[in-house]
Design a protein around this ligand. Structure first.
Ligand code: CTP
Length: 403
């Protein structure tokens, strides 16, 4: 999933021949899952039609302070447009538009919106090579960068004038890759490795039967996604679930038994910064696994069980610098039991969910948790979707790292 997914993007187009490439740019943003609104300078309309861009962006295109599409609206509110955006890209940014951005000369909707924007602003210059090298252009680049705007350098190649050199607007694919990388590098958990366990484990009785539980794995998968969206590199060790997860930052390792989950966790634990144990690991497994399917014979049948390894406790023992988060599912003396578990398993944080809370727990889309840290500070959260609980957990990790 692209870091641009769900982002609201304003694409500001000024009047240069490279404007014809903005149709591809809009397509790429939409494909990445972004919402796009286009603002054009009047001159840009000579190079590419608003109809093309509104069709591709699925939004009306604005180019003047007056809303030509809606006779009831008095004007296009540049402040509202600017505040809507998560990011603003001006491409192509012509010499004229760059100079207006520097001076704050708001004589068109694009510049007025730019001046109102609070989000990151990227600009992709496009002009002939001598214009690109002109001291006034170089000064504009410097000033705009000093104002906090982000320049996407032009590329070299054949120019519309017939000359060849620097000044060609970066290719749409390169612009998108540039912005994605820039956003990814700025994510708060960039550079952090997080191990997450999820789902149930299945403990074999014979080749066709097992002992398992009703865990859907959703909580752990939501945590993995929330961490990955904040830039962390996630190793998700998952017991058997029907859930799928495809994310550039998530490595998904599927296991079946507690023993396999234990081995997978210890393979990675030494090199991670954070481990979050959201799996519902079986506490017991059959002492022996029958090599053939067990036939029914007697009226009663007993399976001898032995304890599985406590993965979380073993991570607590091996812990060095890692921030270790466990879950506790309790039905009585909840907080007292959770505090004991923090000590026993050497945790930094426990996420307590009580089965006494309606809507919390296995197979439900919601959860109601209390955070208790290693100093026994408590934070009760309200009932919310598991995605939102996952975000709260990741916020705790961010707070730990002051990011
Ligand atoms: N856990 C684990 N390995 C196990 C059992 C549990 O890693 N073999 C982890 C779970 O992922 C969870 C935490 O330990 O993060 C709490 O598990 P829970 O079953 O609530 O508690 P237990 O420690 O098993 O204690 P009890 O069953 O007595 O409540």
């Amino acid at each position: 999933m692209s870091v641009l997914s769900g982002k609201k993007i304003i694409l500001g187009i000024s009047g240069g021949i490279a404007a014809y490439k903005t149709a591809s740019l809009v397509r790429l943003f939409i494909k990445a899952g972004a919402q796009v609104r286009v603002i054009m300078t009047p001159a840009a309309k000579d190079f590419v039609t608003p109809l093309t861009l509104s069709t591709l962006s699925k939004n009306p295109v604005n180019s003047s302070f007056y809303n030509e599409e809606d006779e009831n609206a008095v004007w296009n509110n540049h402040v509202e447009l600017a505040l809507w955006a998560d990011l603003f890209l001006i491409a192509p940014a012509t010499a004229n538009t760059l100079s207006k951005m520097v001076s704050g000369s708001a004589d068109n909707l694009l510049i007025a919106t730019y001046l109102s924007a609070k989000c990151p602003v990227y600009f992709a210059p496009a002009m002939d090579l001598d214009m690109y090298r002109h001291p006034s252009t170089l000064t504009a680049f410097e000033k705009l960068s000093a104002y906090g705007n982000i320049m996407i350098p032009a590329e070299s190649g054949e120019l519309a004038s017939g000359l060849s050199g620097e000044g060609r607007m970066a290719e749409p694919e390169n612009i998108v890759a540039f912005i994605e990388k820039h956003l990814e590098d700025a994510l708060p958990l960039r550079g952090k490795k997080i191990l997450v366990t999820a789902g149930p484990t299945y403990e074999a009785i014979d080749p066709v039967r097992f002992i398992g539980n009703h865990s859907s794995g959703k909580m752990g998968y939501d945590i993995a996604i929330a961490a990955a969206n904040e830039g962390a590199e996630v190793i998700l060790v998952s017991g058997p679930t029907h859930l799928q997860l495809k994310h550039d930052n998530v490595k998904l390792l599927r296991v079946t038994s507690a023993e396999e989950m234990y081995n997978a966790c210890h393979e990675y634990f030494a090199n991670v910064d954070v481990a979050i144990a959201a799996a519902a690991v079986a506490d017991y497994r059959p002492k022996t696994v029958a090599s053939q399917k067990i036939k029914k014979a007697d009226a009663e049948f007993t399976i001898a069980l032995e304890k599985t390894k406590d993965i979380l406790a073993s991570l607590g023992e091996a812990k060095q610098q890692q921030f270790l988060v466990g879950f506790a599912l309790e039905t009585e003396n909840e907080k007292e039991n959770a505090r004991l578990k923090i000590k026993r398993k050497n945790l930094d944080l426990i996420v307590l969910n009580s089965l006494n809370d309606q809507g919390a727990g296995f197979g439900k889309p919601t959860n109601k948790v209390t955070f208790i840290d290693k100093d026994f500070n408590e934070e009760d959260k309200e009932l919310k979707a598991k995605e939102a609980v996952a975000k709260d957990i990741i916020d705790k990790i961010k707070a730990h790292y002051n990011v």
